[in-house]
Design a protein around this ligand. Structure first.
Ligand code: SF4
Ligand code: SF4
Ligand code: FES
Length: 406
């Protein structure tokens, strides 16, 4: 069969262009086979990486039909079944070629192009380095022979140990698109592999590192792309979630804004079925009025909302709030080992009679601000804003700029 390959080609510091090649291929041939045919028979200048041609080395990662994948893992027929469309680029193909199925190839994303499909992966490796991707046994008494692990402990490393560092997850990570400080799904998946390793001694230090605001796990937007594209089933997002669970279980770690974001969100949804926006910012950013710069930083947003008539002043629980609450309680009950053991004990009351455990709530601030903040429903912030506005009008000074809010 004939297939039209549209390949995005680029030289460093030049604009990208799409070049087309029509190739006679067998449906069972891999995309890497097709690229080899193009290079060997049509255009020796086409650059791409390859090595094992067997889904082992991770070299041949590229974007195939708009998602990152290994070129040696997918064959032509599977790719056409997954994503087939006729050529729309009529300038690039002759009339008889219009009906030819198209496969689009582009370099991986989130990395600068060196040439054609070859990308610069320095940042990828540096980010991996940030999670110290090796077992640390610095303070441990070294055994005479090897460190022993039970088969159960070893099996905890199977999934993350499968990573071949191909870069597919990094390429399609939404968070990296907008936050270049985020270490990336590959690094955090490796991070969890080390947390789960019984030989590693740096758990506390690692959790501290992965808890860094937008650099670590809280930078992930949970878009699921990494789970979808990973060719080895590592499921980086699942590993990120495991790290978050470990962080939330650590009483020694102070609740950061990211942690409050998660806790307050669950708490408010449990209460009202959806988020009470009047409280959310004040409790997450303002840390229950303990973070005064945080509270003040909300004022420009409050002003914009107010000027557009979108500042919420009242709150009504959503329809089905009771069901939402029951759902959250059920999940909490499933996750709570004590509740599970209670319901599985022969003497335990029926599952539906077990009182659901309370949701984790953010640690209460001193001086009872939370209760106060809830009672006044955000009017305090509004009052502060009005005072600032009044001061600016009276003094004719650029007051908002002076306090760093404009
Ligand atoms: S986690 Fe998966 S997609 Fe990401 S680098 Fe490892 S093998 Fe590749
Ligand atoms: S789920 Fe998180 S880590 Fe994975 S691709 Fe999306 S933003 Fe990146
Ligand atoms: S060439 Fe090694 S994974 Fe494709």
């Amino acid at each position: 069969m004939q297939v039209l390959f549209k390949i995005t080609r680029q030289q460093q510091n030049c604009d990208a262009r799409v070049q087309t090649y029509v190739v006679d291929v067998e449906p069972s041939q891999t995309i890497l086979d097709c690229l080899n045919l193009i290079k060997w028979e049509q255009d020796g200048s086409l650059a791409f990486r390859k090595n094992c041609r067997n889904t082992i080395c991770g070299s041949c990662s590229m974007r195939i039909n708009h998602r990152a994948a290994l070129a040696c893992q997918h064959n032509v027929q599977a790719e056409l079944d997954r994503f087939s469309h006729p050529s729309l680029d009529l300038e690039a193909v002759s009339e008889e070629q219009e009906a030819i199925p198209v496969i689009e190839i582009a370099p991986m994303g989130n990395m600068p192009v060196i040439k054609d499909l070859v990308v610069q992966m320095d940042q990828f490796w540096q980010n991996l380095d940030q999670v110290e991707p090796y077992v640390s046994s610095a303070s441990r008494q070294l055994p005479e022979r090897e460190f022993l692990q039970s088969p159960e402990d070893r099996s905890k490393l199977d999934q993350t140990g499968n990573c071949i560092l191909c870069g597919a997850c990094y390429s399609d990570c939404n968070a990296l698109d907008t936050n270049e400080d985020f270490v990336g799904p590959h690094a955090l998946a490796k991070g969890y592999r080390l947390l789960a390793d019984t030989r590693d001694q740096d758990t506390a230090q690692r959790l501290e590192t992965y808890n860094q605001n937008l650099t670590g796990v809280w930078g992930c937007t949970r878009c699921f792309n990494c789970n979808m594209v990973c060719p080895m089933g590592v499921a980086p997002l699942d590993q990120i979630s495991q790290i978050k669970t470990e962080i939330l279980g650590q009483s020694a770690i102070a609740p950061s804004r990211s942690i409050r974001h998660r806790q307050v969100l669950v708490e408010l949804v449990q209460k009202g079925g959806w988020i009470d926006e009047r409280q959310f910012g004040l409790r997450v950013v303002g840390n229950n009025f303990k973070d005064i710069p945080g509270v003040l930083s909300l004022i420009p947003l409050a002003w914009r909302l107010l000027s557009k008539g979108k500042l919420p002043t009242t709150f009504e629980a959503s329809e089905g709030a009771t069901e939402v609450r029951a759902l959250i309680n059920s999940v909490k009950m499933l996750k709570s080992p004590s509740a599970v053991s209670m319901s599985s004990s022969p003497n335990a009351p029926e599952a539906d009679q077990v009182s659901p455990p309370e949701l984790e709530s953010p640690s209460e601030p001193a001086f009872g601000w939370t209760e106060y903040a809830e009672r006044i429903n955000g009017r305090f912030a509004m009052l502060g804003f009005m005072m600032l506005l009044l001061l600016e009008l009276i003094s004719r000074q650029d007051f908002f700029t002076w306090v760093g809010l404009r």
